[in-house]
Design a protein around this ligand. Sequence first.
Ligand SMILES: CC(C)(COP(=O)(O)OP(=O)(O)OC[C@H]1O[C@@H](n2cnc3c(N)ncnc32)[C@H](O)[C@@H]1OP(=O)(O)O)[C@@H](O)C(=O)NCCC(=O)NCCS
Length: 166
Amino acid sequence: MSAARPAVAADAAAVEAVWTAVASEGEWIGTELPLHPGWRDRFLTALTGPDAAWFVVDRGGQVVGAVFVQAERGVGHLGMAIIEGHRGAGLGRALLDAAVEWARRGGCHKVTLEVWPHNLRARRLYTRAGFVEEGHLERHYRRKSGALWDSVVMSLILDEDSPGRP
Ligand SMILES: CC(C)(COP(=O)(O)OP(=O)(O)OC[C@H]1O[C@@H](n2cnc3c(N)ncnc32)[C@H](O)[C@@H]1OP(=O)(O)O)[C@@H](O)C(=O)NCCC(=O)NCCS
């Protein structure tokens, strides 16, 4: 099984192609086409700063999946996508583990993400990795079709030791 590796600038076109392909399915990720014109610049900026990271998985020398994690106030916000034909082979778990480890090493106390309720495969992946459902956002996201989609918030707490509010 391929391990995830940190993305480099030379991966920009390949990662953009992955995001475009998965977005074009219109079913799994929040992004809808066309990608934002600044998408590639944001990807490249994320590689250089301390607050974000991308990891990719290769198969046969081709990038087939990617995950980003963006840290904000100690919470890592995560998103991932694997192109059709390479799903169901453990690549999702490899990407997820790399992103969570990056957040842990960076001192994040929590990792969070949102997933469409119908995305049972993704929900299963996150649950198996220890994420729990924290909330259900009803009629929250306006899609380009005009429809309002619900979203499930899932999180993994990394810091169980700091005190909460007494
Ligand atoms: C979601 C995604 C990242 C998961 O990665 P993956 O490598 O394909 O993961 P797997 O196919 O191994 O599935 C993960 C788990 O879901 C289970 N699963 C697969 N298909 C399923 C289905 N239709 N319904 C329920 N569970 C399913 C698998 O059995 C596995 O569970 P297990 O470890 O207990 O066996 C990947 O499929 C993907 O990129 N999909 C499109 C984009 C997307 O959904 N991104 C996430 C947005 S929140």
